[in-house]
Design a binder for this molecule. Structure first.
Ligand SMILES: [Zn+2]
Length: 320
């Protein structure tokens, strides 16, 4: 059986044997969503999802992390939670606090830090094999609620607007090709994104390493350059969207009273589905807040264009 189907079988049986999962997946059927059009014509969705509070408000400082038992280590997992092995290093688990109708967490078998470089090729292999799903990575300061235990997540394809937007090509510009990898930049999309598109796992990981190194030069304050990544396959091609980050949480996250919006952006938000765990935030969030959040936490489109120019060894004219 292909791995996507194995994962679906796992989800189905976990919903019958694990009360928490059953309750939260059922709850997802009733979540409220709304679409918001942004200047320039792109659209995002907002999802009101109270069960995600634990993730959005997660304390990820070293002290808080040390004080809790790691929920991704096998020995601490809920008794009902079962998994599927992926290779020797990863386990596919049902995420009991879903955003997607089919939502998985894919931890490494070892309790090891959330750092992408040594796991990136595995991410591409997952995207190829778990091909009905989009695999995503949240950096340790970019939305991961377990920065101490390496993990990916995966959700059913077709949920995040970025996938259809990429296919349509309205906001995307092909800037060149390197090692058999097409490198694309996004415009009028309010966040800098570097997209890699290729049939070659090695090609994509080679170009990714160069991007990683360039981003690392500008950021020497952490264990890795801040980023979120989405990866999936379509008709044998790997598509990877990289969102370089400049900030963990936006101003509105820390504001008080009416001004506060409890939104901690991660891969799914940047893929176009903004998760608000509080109803008042869901009601009041509008295009202005979305654009401001994206501008604060993401690198801008001109900067990603420059990075791509460096990778392709060519000067790309920018108006900046
Ligand atoms: Zn752990």
């Amino acid at each position: 059986m292909k791995i996507s189907n194995q994962a679906r079988v796992l989800l189905k049986s976990q919903l019958q044997e694990w009360e928490l999962a059953e309750k939260n997946y059922k709850g997802l059927e009733g979540v409220r969503t709304k679409a918001i059009q942004l200047p320039g014509g792109s659209k995002v969705e907002v999802q009101y999802n109270p069960e995600r509070m634990r993730s959005s408000a997660a304390k990820v400082d070293a002290k808080s992390i040390q004080a809790r038992a790691c929920f991704l280590c096998e020995k601490n997992r809920p008794q009902e939670q079962r998994g599927i092995e992926f290779g020797e290093k990863y386990t596919i688990l049902v995420n009991p606090f879903p955003i997607f109708q089919e939502h998985f967490t894919i931890p490494c078998v070892d309790h090891t830090d959330q750092l992408i470089s040594v796991h990136f090729e595995a991410m591409l292999n997952l995207a190829m094999k778990l091909d009905d799903f989009t695999i995503f990575y949240n950096g340790p300061k970019c939305g991961a609620s377990a920065p101490d235990h390496f993990h990916f997540q995966a959700g059913n394809k077709g949920f995040m607007p970025i996938e259809a937007d990429y296919r349509k090509g309205d906001f995307v510009q092909l800037l060149g090709e390197k090692n058999g990898v097409q490198v694309l930049n996004w415009n009028n999309y309010h966040r800098g994104i570097i997209t890699l598109d290729s049939i070659s796992v090695l090609g994509v990981s080679g170009v990714f390493n160069q991007i990683y190194d360039l981003l690392a030069v500008d950021q020497n304050n952490g264990s890795e350059p801040m980023m979120n990544i989405l990866a999936y396959s379509e008709e044998g091609r790997l598509i990877v969207h990289i969102f370089p980050r400049i900030l963990h949480r936006p101003d509105c996250y820390f504001a008080e009273g009416d001004k506060q919006l409890l939104l901690s952006p991660a891969s799914v938000d940047l893929g176009g589905v903004f998760i608000t765990p509080r109803e008042e935030d869901f009601n009041k969030i509008s295009k202005n807040e979305i654009v401001a959040i994206l501008q604060q936490v993401c690198l801008d489109e001109k900067s990603t264009q420059k990075i791509i120019g460096t990778i392709l060894n060519k000067y790309i004219w920018t108006t900046q």
